[in-house]
Ligand binder design. Structure first.
Ligand SMILES: CC(C)(COP(=O)(O)OP(=O)(O)OC[C@H]1O[C@@H](n2cnc3c(N)ncnc32)[C@H](O)[C@@H]1OP(=O)(O)O)[C@@H](O)C(=O)NCCC(=O)NCCS
Length: 166
């Protein structure tokens, strides 16, 4: 019998360290070459911190393989830049451990997020995609709206505003 590639479950507040470990491994490895070292040095300490509001929301997920956390991500009604937009959900804080990319973990979580947002009355999903992840989200049906940036740790972190209909 073949082994399941990973399990997917809702994350809880006590998963904060697992989430942080996955994000730190993911971003510190997979963003290299896409962002300048000084941008990463300023942004990553803040960007890799697990967000308590996401962990408590029931809309944030953790993929595990043999008991080990390998990927995380979720969605919210809240816009990460503040406020909320009627009928629009927001993809939040995705990352896959670099040793476990290409196994479908992030795709499975995106599918879960899209289905839940649709069921929750959203007509559109928005994403502030890292430059690294633009092609990944394009493969999940998102279209690039505009290049933009977010301010993290005093650094301007370039990203792509992307959206898809639900
Ligand atoms: C983008 C990211 C979340 C994708 O995670 P993942 O778990 O590898 O994604 P999947 O396994 O579901 O892969 C889905 C697609 O991405 C491709 N892919 C992404 N990274 C890959 C890698 N390192 N090696 C091989 N394929 C990769 C797969 O081939 C697949 O393409 P396809 O379905 O069109 O054939 C991951 O690369 C990552 O953590 N990147 C750094 C952090 C980041 O950018 N997060 C998003 C913030 S907005």
């Amino acid at each position: 019998m073949s082994e399941a590639p990973f399990t997917l479950r809702i994350a809880r507040p006590d998963d904060a360290n697992r989430v942080q470990d996955v994000l730190a491994a993911s971003y510190s490895t997979l963003y290299r070459g896409w962002y300048r070292d000084e941008i990463l040095a300023a942004a990553l300490p803040l960007m890799t911190r697990a967000r308590p509001e996401l962990l408590a929301s029931g809309r944030y997920f953790l993929c595990q393989w043999q008991g080990r956390a390998i990927a995380c991500g979720g969605w919210s009604f809240a816009n990460p830049r503040g406020g909320a937009d009627a009928g629009r959900g927001h993809i939040r804080h995705f990352g896959t451990h670099p040793d476990f990319t290409g196994r479908g973990a992030a795709s499975a979580m995106v599918e879960r997020c899209l289905g839940e947002a649709r069921a929750g009355g959203c007509m559109e999903m928005e994403c502030l995609a890292s430059l690294t992840a633009e092609a990944f989200y394009a493969g999940r049906g998102f279209k690039t709206v505009a290049p933009t940036s977010i301010s993290v740790g005093g650094a301007a972190f370039a990203c792509m505003l992307m959206r898809r209909e639900l």
